[in-house]
Design a protein around this ligand. Structure first.
Ligand code: TRP
Length: 331
């Protein structure tokens, strides 16, 4: 069975876009592949070296992934910092990662631009740590978005370089992977691009939002004054709302509002009310589980321990062999 690895940044609070765009995929994949899903808490230190509540953020992500359907009996779900073998592989890979190639990484350049006062070595070697995350389990498939394509190419480069330097075929090549052909993209509520954390208050609906907050956010979504010509094309902010309806509401609801739009009878207040209620219904089971799991400390402890044990089993096997290949042998 092929191995899948994906890292989830430990910034907490998943939104609808994360859920429909990525997590539903993870949930399907866990039944088909040998999956390792981890919370990338080490990576978060590259930009936030002293986070105010690292533990709370990690817990939030863990809780929400479990609530959204990741099954710790099927997939291995763990916290990156619980697996020190990753640190060790990161160090070995760093010895053969070159300044020039690391400086050319677009994510590095973006982060330098955004935060010129904190250009640290960890930020520069972020792609090396990510490569270590992936190849420590000899994964071949990595479910990530387009923005991670360059990091994956670097992971292949570092793995192949190791193979070449030590004259081995130890590490396989990892590639970006989507379980579904058409990934669902959920737009934000601000009338612009996709739903995202950094797009400003009110743009994203979080899985942990209460029904009242969901109603408030949806009612404030950007709309226009309505169509005046029958069957006209929807402007982007209206299309966005219809895109969300397509995912969370029934086909009848979609057809109903589409028809009202096309006949210039639409009232956006009604559409938003319906949309808010449908989001509330679609997310209700997850919201309940978030609350239950967050209050179940023994369960969380058990999941984290079990995940760390399983991840370390795989990682320590790799490290044992890597040490052997490099030439660190016991006397
Ligand atoms: N860089 C990824 C992101 O920003 C997170 C990540 C870290 C990751 N390590 C990984 C993703 C390993 C896949 C595999 O989303």
């Amino acid at each position: 069975m092929e191995t899948v690895v994906s890292g989830i940044r430990s910034t907490g609070n998943l939104h609808l876009g994360n859920y429909y765009g990525a997590i539903q995929n993870f949930v399907k994949m866990q039944y088909e592949y040998n999956c390792y899903f981890f919370i990338a808490d080490l990576h978060s230190l590259t930009t936030h070296p002293t986070p105010a509540d690292l533990h709370g953020n990690i817990k939030q992500v863990l809780v929400e992934y479990l609530a959204a359907g990741i099954d710790p009996e099927k997939a291995t779900i763990y916290i990156q910092s619980d697996v020190p073998e990753i640190f060790e592989l990161y160090l070995y890979l760093n010895m053969n990662a070159y300044l020039g190639e690391l400086e050319r990484s677009t994510s590095f350049k973006d982060k330098v631009r955004a935060n010129p006062e904190n250009v640290n070595a960890g930020l520069l070697t972020y792609p090396v740590l990510m490569a270590a995350d992936i190849i420590i389990h000899k994964a071949t498939k990595v479910p990530v978005g387009k923005d991670q394509e360059q990091h994956l190419e670097m992971a292949r480069t570092f793995g192949n370089r190791f193979n070449r330097l030590y004259n081995t075929e130890f590490f396989p090549e990892p590639y970006a992977f989507n379980f579904s052909e058409n990934l669902v993209k959920i737009p934000g509520l601000d009338g612009k691009g996709k739903m995202g954390k950094s797009e400003g208050e009110g743009n994203a609906v979080y899985l942990s939002d209460s029904p009242e907050i969901i109603r408030k956010k949806v009612m404030r979504a950007v709309t226009d004054s309505g169509p005046t010509v029958e069957n006209s094309e929807k402007p982007v902010e209206i299309q966005n709302l219809f895109d969300i309806i397509k995912v969370v509401s029934s086909a009848d609801t979609y057809a109903h509002f589409d028809n009202l739009y096309n006949t210039c009878q639409i009232r956006y207040g009604d559409l938003k009310k319906q949309l808010a209620e449908d989001i509330i219904i679609a997310t209700a089971p997850i919201r309940e589980r978030i609350n239950d799991i967050a209050n179940d400390a023994p369960y969380l402890r058990q999941v984290a321990r079990h995940g760390a044990i399983k991840a370390r089993e795989s990682a320590s096997k790799t490290i044992r062999e890597v040490r052997e290949i490099i030439g660190f042998r016991s006397f």
